[in-house]
Design a protein around this ligand. Structure first.
Ligand SMILES: *[C@@H]1O[C@H](CO)[C@@H](O)[C@H](O)[C@H]1NC(C)=O
Ligand SMILES: *[C@@H]1O[C@H](CO)[C@@H](O)[C@H](O)[C@H]1NC(C)=O
Ligand SMILES: [Cu+2]
Length: 683
């Protein structure tokens, strides 16, 4: 159900007060948590605590004692799934606790899907949690965590409940071996410890210069959550999930290339099936069970897997390419589906992601999923040496490997081929008659800042390791250096000849290539980083628009740490403080601290675009409330959980199509300015 349909009255009432609080950047979906909510929030935190140890919380143990899958069937909408899952469990075919769970393994995934469907079909909270407690200690704990978290993120009665940061539930999956080892030592000594974590690789490896991005724990958590919000294997699919698959990865690539350029590295090269994978990767990490992640040496070739050969991949890809060329494909029933239109990208996205919405997985294969597998297993394709799956096989570890970005560059080029075949936007497509941006600047929020200069820096961020090492409760944390930026605001003066609403679309792209040459707009467009997308009200005459970076629709704010979250929920439960619930909260958002690319010490030139389009035509017709886009957190990369995506333009508009006449981009409703991003050292 859409946000609007469900809570129309609520939103209309809010619309009145909204104008007032909008300026302060407060989300309208905040309410004060009651004790029912807080009790549930706490139970979730206790359930996931010490995940590798048996359940300890008294209330959860009581709930478990009262749950019997044989007699609870009436409390599940889909008792057959529950039965099937319990059957798998009873015949001992569930994945063992010491085995390594991989979503890319069809059998593991089958079990996940049964459990997820059973959890989703629980008619009430207590049966959802009842089944969760019942199964927690009987199955592989990473597999449990994945199925439970994904169900929690999709269940309507769990809206607003927070999961601890993914990197604090099973920290091993986000940290390097030396940090994990030192955490164990610290635990044995029983003293509070702060363990510095450095990025993998040595100065000999140029890729190391951008490891701070691919290894950022927040980025990895974002990627893991994105794939939980949009599981490729789930029967129910969200609006425009295929297009979002394209767009989120496309944006990650644009970001990665901007980080590379900031560090004087050329754009990432796409992988090719028949060419060597030039950069190797040594993750320097261990699974929670202690098994090491495999190392991939430089210049390996793709290898055939028992279930999928390199030749298959090339064949599937050729079929997809033929479809792109023809502007149409046939679905599994032979029915023609056109790709040469605005919706084509969504069809293509599902086909390449190979989700359950793929129109013919048998004919087009599972390009993205199998590519991850081929990379993950490249060092032991036949399983001859019993090597563990590589980082590419887990969404929470994949972006560490530079090959992740190379693979996605390859996939992104397929999407580009498709987009390049669509007609460029016409003057009218881009126009907003009567609306003119007369002035535009970005300014830092601190008084001393120069206009159009944005500042980034590295600062320390802490990761609680309590869940990695059990024993006496002492504070053991890892400390990592992470990219961050000074808050800034966008200030625009807009002249309008009518009272109306606009959507402001804000993009940023490097001005100069690796060769220090100006980048032409038709090339720069594919490197555009979306910075923000927001509704604005325009009144006749001159309007001053101010938008703070913290309000952006692209990112999510830093999550509370596991101990902080626990403390806040406990104290609110005891009535000692107020705990705010945001029912629209998303775990998926791109980390806010990474909003801006690093830039350079001496300053790096970027172009910043603002395009105003007509909200009346661009807002999906199910929404009447003009500010709805402001209320959905992390909209740009994470879409919506319920209902339709509010912006009907293609994602990345207007830079998603070829730009032949750059004059079309010099219309009054568009403005571009030069900005400089400076990376400073505060220590
Ligand atoms: C897509 O291609 C078909 C067949 O070539 C054509 O009839 C149709 O008009 C095209 N659609 C668009 C939106 O260009
Ligand atoms: C986690 O384990 C530690 C000791 O191993 C224990 O002190 C603590 O109470 C446990 N936490 C929960 C929520 O079960
Ligand atoms: Cu991904």
């Amino acid at each position: 159900m859409s946000l609007l349909k469900k809570s129309h009255g609520f939103i209309m009432k809010l619309a009145i007060v909204f104008l007032a609080i909008f300026a302060a950047g407060v989300s309208a979906s905040l309410t004060k948590a009651d004790t029912t909510f807080l009790g549930r929030q706490l139970r979730v935190l206790y359930l996931l605590k010490n995940l590798s140890e048996p359940l300890q919380d008294e209330d959860l143990l009581a709930l478990r004692a009262s749950f019997n899958p044989e007699t609870c069937k009436d409390y599940f909408n889909n008792p057959e799934t529950l039965e099937l899952f319990i059957h798998e469990m009873k015949r001992g075919s569930l994945l063992g606790r010491e085995e390594i769970f991989s979503l890319f393994d069809a059998k593991h995934r089958y079990q996940v899907k049964l459990l997820f469907n059973a959890l989703m079909s629980a008619k009430d909270w207590s049966h959802f949690m009842g089944l969760s407690t019942y199964i927690r200690d009987k199955m592989n704990h990473r597999q449990f965590l994945y199925a439970f978290s994904t169900a929690l993120l999709h269940r309507e009665d769990c809206r607003g409940i927070k999961l601890p940061p993914a990197y604090e539930i099973i920290p091993q999956m986000f940290l390097t071996t030396d940090v994990v080892r030192r955490a164990y030592q610290a635990q044995m000594q029983g003293k509070p410890t702060l363990i510095p974590m450095s990025f993998t690789g040595s100065v000999l490896n140029p890729e190391q210069r951008v490891a701070y991005f691919g290894e950022d724990v927040g980025l990895n958590a974002h990627h893991a959550h994105w794939h939980m919000d949009f599981p490729f294997w789930a029967d129910e699919r969200k609006d425009r999930a295929g297009e979002l698959f394209f767009y989120m990865h496309h944006q990650l690539l644009a970001r990665f290339d901007a980080e590379r350029l900031s560090n004087h590295l050329p754009p990432v090269e796409p992988l090719q099936w028949e060419k060597p994978i030039v950069e190797g990767f040594a993750p320097g990490a261990v699974y929670p069970g202690g098994q090491e992640f495999p190392v991939r040496p430089d210049n390996m070739f793709f290898q055939n897997l028992p279930e999928r050969t390199v030749a298959d991949m090339i064949e599937f890809e050729n079929r997809i390419r033929d479809g792109i060329d023809a502007g149409m494909i046939r679905d599994k029933n032979g029915v023609v589906v056109f790709l040469n239109n605005t919706e084509g990208i969504d069809v293509l996205g599902s086909l390449i992601e190979s989700s359950t919405s793929s129109l013919d997985p048998r004919y087009f294969g599972s390009l993205h999923t199998d590519a991850h597998l081929l990379l993950s297993r490249v060092t032991d394709p036949k399983g001859k040496y019993g090597m563990t799956p590589g980082v590419m096989e887990h969404f929470e570890t994949a972006t560490r490997d530079p090959a992740f970005f190379r693979l996605h560059k390859h996939i992104d080029n397929l999407f580009k081929e498709h987009k390049d075949r669509l007609p460029p936007y016409t003057y009218d497509d881009l126009a907003f008659p009567g609306v003119r941006i007369t002035a535009l600047k970005v300014v830092g929020e601190s008084k001393a800042s120069d206009p159009n200069v944005l500042v980034t820096y590295f600062d320390e961020s802490y990761i609680d390791l309590g869940n990695a090492v059990q024993g006496k409760p002492v504070s053991i944390r890892a400390v990592v250096s992470r990219l961050n930026h000074e808050p800034f605001k966008l200030v625009a003066t807009v002249y309008s000849d009518k009272n109306t609403y606009a959507i402001a679309r804000v993009f940023l792209a490097p001005s100069k290539s690796w060769f220090d040459e100006d980048i032409q707009l038709d090339e720069a467009r594919w490197s555009m980083i979306e910075l923000d997308r927001f509704p604005v009200e325009l009144r006749i005459g001159s309007n001053l628009i101010t938008r703070r970076s913290i309000e952006t629709s692209v990112t999510a704010s830093e999550p509370l740490s596991y101990p902080e979250l626990m403390k806040k929920a406990k104290s609110a439960f005891q009535g000692e403080s107020v705990f705010e619930v945001d029912t629209l909260h998303r775990h998926c958002g791109f980390p806010h601290r990474l909003l801006l690319p690093q830039g350079r010490h001496q300053g790096m030139d970027f172009k910043l675009y603002v395009i105003l389009t007509d909200l009346k035509t661009d807002l999906h017709s199910t929404f009447e409330h003009p500010y709805v886009m402001n209320e959905i957190p992390a909209l740009s990369y994470c879409g919506v959980l319920d209902g339709v995506f509010p912006d009907i333009r293609p994602m990345g508009f207007p830079f998603d199509r070829r730009i032949i006449h750059s004059n079309n981009f010099q219309q009054a409703n568009t403005k571009v300015i030069d900005v400089t991003i400076k990376n400073v050292k505060y220590q």
